[in-house]
Design a protein around this ligand. Structure first.
Ligand code: GDP
Length: 388
């Protein structure tokens, strides 16, 4: 599957930069392209200058709202981020349509943090513009949710998150949710943490996107996961998880081929990796709420068999009984078995409902004093201001 990636704001730009890095890796190591273009869009020139892999020309690093903000960003005002995206959206659409490989694009992926100003405001607007211009192509948004300390200390962060999430949900084909807090390594500096978080966010996409683009017969899986399968799965609120289990090197002549102990360990590796994937979902949620799910295994040829795929399918079905479950395998890796799980069309996501409730409460108290509004989810959704 080939994506056209659009990073918005500082967070979005950095994660898009990571996509650029893994595309270079795919090209060098496998002779495969997994993106058709990558651009970064920002109101802040300094943020764009800090990127490493995305090309430096104005068609790839696009400044929007230059006249309004003089290239210094929108602060945390996501309404302003939305406004400048509306005014300068043409610049972005032109950069996309003139990109040389654009015709091969299977889907768009917009990326940004919902707690800031530029990404939070621009993503819903650009998503809508892309849907209007290319109605036949899926548009996905990968939205990064703020750290806990940001939610606790900055009221505006939660407001931005709620308005961005509501607006983007209305226009995107799927919203991939990534909670920064889930990736925190407590003993690392913030900068180092962000770097680690960004590479963990992007890691599961590497094999997932390469699989359908593979050309060498020895690396074609028995059930190839192509763009169509992924598009079928991605709908509405979505989370992704990734788990791996190392495979010890076979040490002939000491290892007996077909040893029953090795066989048992083989099965355990798959179970360990899928459990890790479910345990490390990009946002905590209940798999029972998923209406669609997908599991994808990449491992050496000799590690993959029908039994393993059946077992993983059974585990996922038990966890997500109401989901239509898809699968794929990719015989590529050498010393590791990777499992990626996607849960999609989630009927309920606690963290998002919490943002919505907090914003409604905030708006209500601003309007009418401290009375707590009692509302259902649908009503709550309606009451959140839209950026569109
Ligand atoms: P914008 O430039 O105005 O869109 O604002 P930011 O992109 O800085 O958005 C702020 C939110 O994104 C906050 O919740 C930050 O924690 C988060 N954020 C900023 N940079 C990064 C990053 O490189 N990686 C991750 N995972 N989150 C980031």
């Amino acid at each position: 599957m080939k994506l056209f990636v659009i990073g918005c704001g500082q967070c979005g730009g950095r994660i898009a930069d990571e996509f650029c890095r893994i595309n270079v890796k795919a090209r060098v190591q496998r002779g495969i392209d997994i993106v058709t273009g990558i651009i970064a869009v920002n109101t802040d020139i300094a943020d764009l200058s800090g990127l490493s892999f995305i090309r430096r020309d104005y068609q790839h690093r696009i400044v929007i709202g230059g006249q309004r903000t003089s290239g210094h960003g929108v602060g945390k005002i996501n309404e302003l981020g939305a406004e400048v995206a509306r005014d300068d959206g043409d610049k972005v659409l032109e950069a996309i349509s003139t990109s040389p490989q654009f015709a091969e694009t299977d889907a768009f992926l917009l990326i940004g943090g919902c707690g800031g100003g530029t990404g939070s405001g621009a993503i819903p607007v650009l998503t809508q513009q892309l849907k209007d211009r290319y109605p036949e192509k899926p548009v996905y948004a990968l939205i990064v949710l703020p750290f806990k300390h940001e939610e606790l200390t900055e009221e505006r962060t939660v407001y931005n998150a709620a308005t961005c999430l509501k607006s983007v949900y209305l226009v995107a084909d799927a919203v991939l949710l990534v909670d920064n807090q889930r990736y925190v390594r407590k003993n690392l500096s913030l900068r180092r943490n962000l770097f680690r978080i960004n590479s963990s966010i992007v890691e599961p996409f590497y094999n997932l996107l390469c699989s359908g683009e593979e050309k060498r017969p020895e690396f074609i899986g028995s059930k190839i996961l192509d763009a169509g399968d992924i598009i079928q799965t991605l709908t509405g609120w979505t989370v992704i998880g990734h788990g791996k289990a190392p495979i010890p090197r076979i040490n002939f002549p000491f290892n007996i081929k077909g040893d029953f102990v090795d066989k048992v360990k083989e099965a355990q590796r798959g179970v360990k990796a899928i459990n890790e994937a479910i345990g490390e979902l990009s946002l905590r949620c209940n798999p029972k709420d998923a209406r669609k799910a997908l599991y994808f295994v990449s491992a050496p040829h000799h590690e993959m068999n029908v039994e393993l795929m059946n077992e993983l399918g059974t585990i996922l079905k038990r966890l997500a009984p109401d989901a239509i479950i898809g699968s794929g395998d990719y015989p590529r890796e050498k010393h590791v078995l990777n499992v990626t799980v996607i849960l999609s069309e989630l009927a309920y996501v606690g963290k998002i409902m919490d943002y919505f409730s907090r914003v409604i409460l905030y708006l209500a108290t601003k309007k009418r004093g401290a009375e707590r509004p009692q509302r259902g989810i649908e009503e709550a959704f309606r009451d959140i201001p839209s950026l569109l």
